[in-house]
Ligand binder design. Structure first.
Ligand code: NAD
Length: 468
């Protein structure tokens, strides 16, 4: 396959000033070298977006929506290419990659179908008060490496639909899919409307402190989110921050153990545990603790670990060396603080593989439970009951997602309403879609993405208040 290596700046595909090697996580070897932007190229991208914005806004919603639909159609027409690149650069199993490609198309189409029409407000005055939405200007979109197509797509569509222009920067270990998006956009959109640049993890500060940038939409770690807030402060940029999570699953004593264990395994080890909304800790009552832990362990033993390109692979490699090393640190923590039932093995030499690992007899004072491990390692903590589990689940600085599992949905929903998380699922975990808003509580984020609430975050409210 011929990989896209060029940046998109001001409607043109250009070579990056600096080479960037892309590693296949299943082999640990470089498979392509793409371009990455110099600070001067990043500056050009911001200026191009600034120049393009007034005409893009003037074009109107209908024309913008139809171009977004065309982008979605072209991704769909090349879905196999996108999926192959995702397997190569991100490492996930092909079936999961194909799902991410299809979801990305669905997100773009969903936003292209939305509108924020002007609204006459009913207020007790004799005049006329109209609520309108205006674009903010230049939006910077920065994404992580775990969903390298879906996350940029879900930022680009609402930002552009509402009349903003953009500079998008993917994570340096997964640059190619975003470059492909840039290539498609360059053939459809007016120059400068969508600029895609890559970096060596070193252009984030320039972009998020740039005085011409009105908003930053960021998905990534809480640590980077804090830096972005500080960068945004001098010019009071609008921010949407989707940050880290440490999702807890609370299991009640009346569950169907086999069925629940299977679903919890799937939601914990999805994308090799590298999902912000994956289950990262499980609280299980004493009465069913042994049976439940063993049921999860059985799934871990049976899961096939291998390259995403191999049919049958359930657990792919960790995405990059840094993440691989981080996971090994947490394996040491698991050995020290708990009892590994299956897993714990690291495959050295041919990529970043770790066997799915289940850890029991561990307390929530362990870093494996209290931190975001983002790895295929699942701690199961013994609790007295649902109230005990809820107290422990809420004792976290994170609040992205969570779930409650019970044979009695009413009982589960009562507990779910008291979980301090932006999303709480009942008898499932990780079900999401473009029409469902996503927002992190506490240090898991600021603002809302997706759905109509997410669309509104790309707009400035404009109230026209007229005397009678
Ligand atoms: P990261 O914060 O290290 O990097 C994310 C992006 O930020 C990358 O593109 C990186 O180059 C860029 N960046 C680095 N320094 C920057 C700076 N000073 N200013 C601006 N941008 C900068 O995160 P990661 O390791 O790539 O991704 C994993 C993290 O992302 C996890 O914490 C995970 O929970 C989180 N995540 C959250 C969500 C969500 O929706 N809440 C979704 C996916 C991932």
């Amino acid at each position: 396959m011929k990989y896209q290596t060029k940046l998109t700046i001001d409607g043109a595909l250009v070579d990056g000033d600096r080479p960037l090697e892309v590693i296949d996580p299943a082999t640990g070897k470089v498979f392509v070298t793409v371009g990455s932007a110099s600070p001067q190229q990043a500056e050009k991208a911001v200026q191009a977006a600034k120049r393009a914005q007034p005409n893009w806004e003037a074009l109107g919603r209908t024309a913008r929506a139809s171009m977004l639909k065309e982008i979605a159609d072209r991704i769909e027409a090349r879905a196999d290419d996108f999926t192959d690149v995702m397997v190569a650069e991100q490492g996930k199993p092909r079936r999961e990659a194909a799902e991410e490609t299809a979801y990305s198309v669905a997100f773009i189409r969903y936003f292209a179908s939305l509108d924020l029409p002007n609204r006459l407000l009913s207020v007790p005055t004799s005049g006329r008060v109209e609520l309108r939405h205006r674009p903010l200007g230049v939006v910077v979109g920065i994404s992580p490496w775990n969903f390298p197509l879906l996350i940029p797509a879900a930022k680009i569509a609402p930002a552009l639909l509402t009349g903003n222009t953009m500079v998008v920067k993917p994570a340096p270990t997964t640059p190619i899919l975003a470059l492909m998006l840039g290539e498609i956009a360059a053939a459809i959109l007016p120059p400068g409307v969508l600029n895609v640049i890559t970096d060596k993890n070193d252009l984030g500060d320039l972009l998020t402190s740039h005085p011409e940038v009105a908003k930053v939409t960021f998905t990534g770690s809480t640590a980077t989110g804090r830096k972005i807030m500080a960068n945004a402060a001098p010019t009071l940029k609008r921010l949407t921050l989707e940050l880290g999570g440490n999702d807890a699953a609370i299991v009640l004593d009346d569950v169907d153990v086999e069925k629940t264990a299977e679903r919890i395994f799937a939601a914990a080890f999805f994308n090799t545990g590298q999902a912000c909304l994956a289950i990262k800790r499980v609280y299980v009552p004493d009465a069913i603790y042994d049976e439940f832990s063993e049921a999860v362990a059985r799934h871990a033993r049976e899961a096939i670990v291998g390259p995403g390109s191999s049919p049958g692979t359930r657990i792919g490699p960790l995405q990059n060396r840094q993440q691989f090393e981080k996971a090994q640190y947490y394996l040491d923590v698991a050995r020290r603080d708990g009892r590994i039932i299956p897993g714990g093995e690291v495959r050295h030499g041919d990529g970043y593989f770790i066997a799915p690992t289940v850890v029991r007899d561990i307390d929530d004072t362990s870093q494996l439970v209290s931190q975001e491990q983002f790895s295929p390692i699942l701690p199961i903590v013994r609790v007295a009951d649902g109230e005990d589990a809820l107290r422990r689940a809420n004792a976290s600085d994170f609040g992205l997602g969570g779930s409650v599992w019970s044979g009695d949905a009413t009982r589960a929903r009562a507990l779910a309403g008291r979980m301090q998380s932006g999303t709480v699922w009942v008898n499932q975990h990780l079900n999401f879609g473009p029409e469902i808003p996503l927002a992190g509580a506490k240090q898991s984020g600021i603002g809302v993405e997706w759905a109509e609430l997410g669309l509104a975050e790309f707009c400035q409210i404009n109230v026209i208040n007229q005397v009678a």
